[in-house]
Design a protein around this ligand. Structure first.
Ligand code: AMP
Length: 390
């Protein structure tokens, strides 16, 4: 059983909070604070009850060494103004530097320096786990984006705590992603797109028995179309996955899952110019870069009659207009049917496509995990979640 933050006794306790503050830093400032700001409710909840809040995160890949540009100092400055409270910054994440600061400071919040300045974080070394755990009485994990990593602050240190639980962000991920695997509302429609079939095979295998319809768009659709003998021109193709695409289509049929592939395409010439719409086959010298209007409508109709939608992977090269049209229409349709249709968006690119369409606020859940979300949907037990389970 994983305890919720609201079920933990935090009164006058010192709480260790693992967050994902792996934010872009530009000229010594936080470039994009979304990850920090989304953890504020968890921090505020703890601060209203606990004696002290210790906040820990990684930033970048310093590979076990102190690398100045990966210091969390810019995060401390942002956090201070976001919380409107003094935030003390420790020069390390374990040892006397932290212990002395905890004794001396009157700040209620202490931010530890980058966990990955110690190689023992990523190797999940036992003494390092114990040293981190010795700082606090309660452990709260709110770093879903890192939950697939068996690192000390994610997986290793939790066993030293009798009192531990999921922060509000992590809890929201579990509340939305958990039922997709356990007991999904139906019709349950999954939309898959993006560049590669190979990245999504695990998800397809795990979800196929649970879903009503599978809509495939984006670059990965061409490998499926190839398997059906349709000409795809110069579109993305994973030649070694054509057989597998055929198997997935056969399995979907056996399971009674409706599988929809694009019926028309926006295809460009060699430098992504001169987009034109083609039904079925794509000419030999052209590249499919978005689903066509008939496909977008077909997919939108599926969205309208669904109860639950999982969408991972944009259905076109959405970063380059006009190849964002298909993804935009799907995002808009999801937003228009919210909350009758529960929309769950997984993966950084898909979240970006939905944000670019300006409808993020009208979608039930934008998952914060990239790799973590995919591994969760593949049915893998994530080390960070297992560690919280009593
Ligand atoms: P993935 O990480 O596999 O979800 O892939 C996401 C990327 O796939 C995004 O950058 C999209 O622009 C890209 N993408 C989607 N459809 C296509 C396409 N038809 N051709 C090339 N790239 C695409």
């Amino acid at each position: 059983m994983i305890r919720k933050l609201t079920e933990l006794d935090l009164q006058d306790k010192t709480v260790f909070l693992r967050v994902d503050f792996n934010v872009p830093i530009k000229d010594g400032q936080v470039g994009e604070p979304h990850r920090i700001d989304s953890a504020l409710p968890t921090m505020q909840y703890i601060l209203a009850r606990a004696k002290k809040l210790i906040v820990a995160s990684h930033l970048g890949r310093p590979d076990g060494k102190v690398v100045e540009k990966y210091s969390l100092a810019p995060v401390q400055r942002h956090l201070q103004s976001a919380l409107k409270l003094p935030v003390a910054m420790a020069s390390d994440c374990v040892g006397p530097a932290v212990e002395d600061l905890l004794r001396a400071t009157s700040s209620k919040v202490v931010l530890l320096e980058n966990l990955r300045f110690h190689a023992e974080e990523e190797t999940n070394q036992e003494d390092f786990c114990r040293a981190l755990a010795s700082l606090a009485e309660v452990y709260v994990d709110d770093a879903f984006g890192a939950a697939h990593r068996a690192h000390a602050s994610i997986a290793g240190m939790a066993k030293f705590f009798a009192h531990k639980g999921a922060g509000l962000l992590l809890q929201k991920e579990l509340d939305y992603l958990g039922p997709l695997l356990a007991n999904p509302a139906r019709p349950f429609v999954t939309i898959l797109g993006g560049a590669k079939v190979s990245d999504k095979i695990g998800v397809i295998r795990n979800l196929l028995p649970k879903i009503s319809s599978l809509l495939i768009g984006g670059g990965m659709a061409y490998t499926f179309l190839k398997a059906k003998g349709i000409d795809i021109g110069k579109s993305l193709l994973e030649a070694d996955k054509v057989g597998l695409a055929g198997e997935i289509m056969a399995q979907a049929q056996q399971l009674g899952v409706k599988l929809l592939l694009p019926v028309d395409h926006i295809a460009a010439d060699s430098d992504k110019k001169n987009p034109r719409t083609f039904d079925d086959a794509i000419p030999a010298d052209r590249t499919g870069l978005d689903i066509g209007p008939k496909t977008a409508q077909l997919f939108a109709d599926e969205i309208k009659q669904a109860k639950l939608i999982l969408w991972n992977g944009p259905v076109g090269l959405f970063e380059v207009p006009p190849y964002d049209q298909g993804s935009r229409l799907l995002a808009q349709t999801l937003a228009d049917h919210h909350p009758a249709v529960t929309g769950i968006i997984a993966g950084g690119d898909t979240v970006a496509a939905v944000s670019a369409a300006g409808v993020s606020a009208h979608i039930a859940h934008l998952s914060t995990g990239g790799g973590a979300t995919l591994e969760f949907l593949e049915g893998k037990i994530l080390p960070g979640i297992k560690a919280l389970d009593d």
